[in-house]
Write a protein that binds this ligand. Structure first.
Ligand code: AMP
Ligand code: GLY
Length: 416
C-alpha cells in the first residue's frame, strides 16, 4: 500500500509511525515532510497542491492522508482534487473543511443542527462588535479566518476587548475578515476525536491538550505543551452524552447538508455545568493530542484509513488500550513569542520505553539533530494509571536536552 501523508509536524510523525507499525505492508511518502519523517518515509519534493496531485497519480499512490488542515482548503481542496484524480483521500472535501476554516460557518452549522455551543454573533466592524458584547464580560472574540492560532482572545474586561477589537477590526492585523463575539464558557476542556466515513463514525480515546506555556495553565497560549489521553478522562455517561448531543448530530448534519466527509474530526469541548458544549471543530487530528493517542491505538491504521477513504468504516481494524498516555513537549528558547533554531539536541539515544516524535528538528551538517522551530519534539510514555504515565514520561523527557529548552512540569499532574 503506497500512502502519502500531508504535513510535517509531530502529529504526522506519530501518524506515520502508526502506519509503519500496521500489519499491512506499507510504503510511505510525505509532503512536505521533515528530516525526522524522512527516516520513516520518502519525502516528496514538489511545488504546491496541483503538482502534488500529479505526482501522486504518476506514482500510483493508493491513499492520501491529510495530517494537517491547510491543503484541505487551499485552491480547489486536497480531497476534491484527489477525488477528481481517483485517489482515495482520508480528509474531508473543501466545503466540509469550512467547519475548521470559518468559525462563523461552524457556528451556523451548530445552531442549525442544535449542537450545544456558546451563543455567538458575527460582526463586520467595531460598532457591531461592541453592540454584540453589550457590556458582558468575560467575552470571547474570534477572528473569522486564518490567524496562525492567534485569532482568539478571552477578554476579562472592556479594556482588553477594546485592544483586541482595534487590532483585528481597525488595524486589520490579520487582514480582512469578520469577527465572532462568543459567550465565554467555563469548565474543563477535552478533545474528542472521531473517524468519520459518510454517515458512520468511530470515537477514539479522548485527550486533553495543555495549551498554555506555563505551569498551572499560566502564560500565553501555544500550539500545545503536552497532552494526555485515556478512556478514563471522560466517564462513560459523559462520553455517551457527547456522542448523543454532539458527535452524532454533527455527522448527521454533514450528511443532511450534503457535506462529504471521510477523515478524522476533532471536537474541542468545554464540559460546562450545563453539559458538554463545543468550542471548535477541526477537520483533522489534534496536535499534540495525536502524539498521545497513537501509542494507545493498536491494529492496522493504514488499512483503516484506506478502507475509510473508500467508504468503509471498519471498526475492527483498530483497538484502544486502557491506561494512560502522556505526551510532553519540549519547546525552543523564546517560544511561543519567537523560536530559536540551531541548538543541538542531546540524549535522544538514551530514551527508552517512550516514543519521541519530532515537530521542529533538523539534522545539521554533522548529522546531529538540532532544533528547527518552536515546538521541537515530544516524548510520550504510557502507564496503567495517570501518575505512573506522568512519571515515566518525565523520566524520559529529562534525558533529552538542548540549550534554551522549555517544558511544563505539570502535564497530567493535576486532575480536572
Ligand atoms: P481556539 O483557537 O478556538 O482553539 O480557542 C483557543 C482557546 O480559547 C480554547 O482552547 C479555549 O481555551 C479558549 N476558548 C475558545 N472559545 C471559548 C469560549 N467560548 N469560552 C471560553 N473559552 C474559549
Ligand atoms: N490541539 C489543538 C489543535 O490541534 O488544534
Amino acid at each position: 500500500m503506497r500512502i502519502l501523508v500531508v504535513g510535517k509536524g509531530g502529529r504526522e510523525h506519530a501518524l506515520i509511525t502508526s502506519m509503519k507499525d500496521s500489519a499491512s505492508e506499507t510504503e510511505i511518502f510525505s509532503f512536505p515532510g521533515s528530516d525526522a519523517i524522512a527516516e520513516l518515509a520518502t519525502v516528496v519534493n514538489v511545488d504546491g497542491l496541483e503538482s502534488l496531485i500529479d505526482w501522486m497519480s504518476e506514482n500510483k499512490i493508493d491513499l492520501c492522508v491529510a495530517g494537517e488542515e491547510s491543503y484541505l482548503v487551499k485552491g480547489e481542496g486536497l480531497a476534491n482534487l484527489c477525488e477528481k484524480a481517483g485517489i482515495p483521500c482520508w480528509g474531508p472535501h473543501k466545503q466540509s473543511a469550512q467547519l475548521e476554516a470559518s468559525k462563523e460557518f461552524a457556528k451556523e452549522f451548530m445552531f442549525k443542527h442544535n449542537i450545544p455551543t456558546g451563543a455567538a454573533a458575527g460582526c463586520a466592524d467595531i460598532d457591531e462588535a461592541r453592540a454584540a458584547i453589550n457590556g458582558v464580560y468575560p467575552t470571547v472574540l474570534k477572528f473569522d479566518g486564518l490567524a496562525a492560532g492567534k485569532g482568539v482572545a478571552v477578554c476579562a474586561d472592556e479594556a482588553s476587548a477594546e485592544e483586541f477589537l482595534n487590532e483585528v477590526l481597525v488595524e486589520r492585523k490579520f487582514g480582512a475578515g469578520r469577527l465572532l463575539v462568543e459567550e465565554c464558557l467555563i469548565g474543563p476542556e477535552v478533545s474528542v476525536f472521531a473517524a468519520v466515513v459518510d454517515s458512520e463514525y468511530q470515537i477514539f480515546t479522548p485527550a486533553r491538550d495543555y495549551k498554555r506555556a506555563l505551569d498551572g495553565d499560566g502564560g500565553p497560549n501555544t500550539g500545545g505543551m503536552g497532552a494526555v489521553a485515556s478512556r478514563q478522562l471522560v466517564d462513560k455517561a459523559l462520553l455517551d452524552q457527547i456522542d448523543r448531543e454532539i458527535v452524532k448530530p454533527t455527522v448527521d448534519g454533514l450528511v443532511s447538508d450534503g457535506l462529504p466527509y471521510r477523515g478524522f474530526i476533532y471536537f474541542g469541548l468545554m464540559i460546562t455545568e450545563a453539559g458538554p458544549k463545543i468550542i471548535e471543530y477541526n477537520c483533522r487530528f489534534g496536535d499534540p493530542e495525536c502524539q498521545a493517542v497513537m501509542p494507545i491505538v493498536s491494529g492496522d491504521m493504514a488499512a483503516f484509513c484506506l478502507e475509510g477513504a473508500k467508504g468503509n468504516l471498519n471498526e475492527d481494524l483498530l483497538s484502544f488500550s486502557d491506561g494512560w498516555s502522556v505526551c510532553l513537549v519540549k519547546a525552543s528558547a523564546g517560544y511561543p513569542e519567537s523560536s530559536r533554531s540551531g541548538d543541538v539536541i542531546s540524549g535522544l539515544e538514551n530514551v527508552s520505553n517512550a516514543r519521541v516524535y519530532h515537530a521542529g528538528t533538523r539534522k545539521n551538517a554533522e548529522g546531529n539533530w538540532e532544533t528547527n522551530g518552536g515546538r521541537v519534539l515530544a516524548v510520550v510514555a504510557g502507564g496503567d494509571d495517570r501518575m505512573s504515565a506522568v512519571e515515566a514520561a518525565y523520566t524520559e523527557l529529562a534525558k533529552v536536552e538542548f540549550d534554551g529548552m522549555q517544558s511544563r512540569t505539570d502535564v497530567g499532574v493535576f486532575n480536572f
